[in-house]
Structure formats: C-alpha cells, structure tokens
Design a protein around this ligand. Structure first.
Ligand SMILES: [Zn+2]
Length: 207
C-alpha cells in the first residue's frame, strides 16, 4: 500500500518537475514550442509523442459509463502509454498554471474503459478498474478539466482522505491511500469513468 499526502501539492509539483531529468529532456526539447507557441511546432510535437486529442464537452462520450477491464492486454498497455504521453504534453504546455489537475481518464481520449493516469509525487500512475473503497473528511478543491476548457475553475467539496483499490499494469491488485489535493484529483478522474464532471457539483460558496 502506498500513502500520499497532497497538502503540499503545488510545492511538490514544482520540485518533482524541476528535479527530474525527464523534465530537462522534454523541457529543452520543447523550448521552440514554448517560446514560439506556433501551431506548426505543436503539431510536430504531438505527432512525435503520440499525443491524443482530448474529447471536449459537450461530447456525449463524457457522459457515458466506462466498462471494467477484464484483462491487461496489449491494447490496454498501449492505451496507458498514449494517455501518459498526452498527460505529459499538457503538463508541459500548462506549466504556467500549477493548479491544473495532473490526471486523465480513458473517456477523455475517447475510450470507454475504466483506466485513469495520475501524476502523484512526480510519478505517473496507471490505475485500471480503480474503486474508492474508503473515504472520510472533507476538502475544498479548486478544479479545472482538460475536457472542459470553456468552464472556469470551480471550488468543489471532495473527501479529504480516500483509499483506492486498483489493478496495475503488471496485473497485481494495489492500494493507494491519498489525502488533500491527491484525493481530489483521483476522485475527479474516477468520476469521469461514471460520466460525472466537476461542473455537476455545486460550487462552494464563501460567506
Ligand atoms: Zn477532468
């Protein structure tokens, strides 16, 4: 079982990005993209890194139920790889905005399977058939979503602690215990598998 506290999420994210060799490689490699912001460079980068287009609201796919994965097969491993590349791409171009959730669900790349990828402590995890088996407390989470670019950030109420059981790509059952921002991130992505979006939650109103 792995336990992560997301209370220092933003600081951890900066640290984990800056401390990773991969960041240097990807960062330097994409400098022309970042500097010019040119459509041409973006296209070449996307093609070379197998970045998938994101399904955007109000596409009906975002409202469908995803199917459980019965076996970890090559197509599931390929799906995970594509989702990770796509997530990394958005991590790079959205680096200025440290509030963006570092997660992606299969329906967001047009596949109705119970698969999500999430960045936790600088690593990207693939969770197959994730289930929240325990939740407690409450946490006000500021959220956006790659599939809903036309919507503003919204504060929603999420559990503070969650325990998630899932199958990893090595076919083993695993458990993650998460709190704060990480718990909110995981619940947001698992919601996508049920066709639920963050805009379905009432906005937290401050007195
Ligand atoms: Zn989302």
């Amino acid at each position: 079982m792995e336990i992560f506290n997301g209370d220092r999420y933003k600081e951890e994210r900066i640290y984990s990005l800056l401390s990773r060799k991969r960041f240097l490689i990807y960062g330097l490699g994409s400098l022309p993209l970042l500097a010019a912001g040119a459509v041409g460079f973006t296209k070449i980068y996307k093609r070379n890194h197998h970045v998938t287009d994101i399904v955007e609201y109000p596409d009906h796919i975002l409202r469908e139920q995803s199917e459980p994965v019965s076996r970890i097969t090559e197509p599931i491993i390929a799906l995970s790889k594509g989702m990770i590349s796509t997530l990394r791409y958005y991590m790079l171009i959205e680096i200025k905005d440290l509030c963006i959730p570092l997660g992606l669900s299969a329906p967001q790349v047009g596949v109705l399977k119970r698969v999500i990828v999430c960045g936790i402590h600088g690593e990207i995890y693939t969770l197959v058939n994730p289930e929240i088996v325990e939740k407690s407390g409450s946490y006000i989470s500021s959220e956006v979503c790659l599939s809903l670019p036309q919507f503003d950030e919204r504060e929603v109420k999420r559990p503070y602690h969650i325990k998630v059981k899932y199958r990893a790509l090595d076919n083993k059952e695993r458990t993650l215990v998460l709190s704060g921002r990480y718990a909110a991130l995981l619940e947001h992505e698992i919601d996508h598998l049920k066709g639920r979006l963050y805009i379905d939650y009432p906005e937290v109103l401050h007195a």
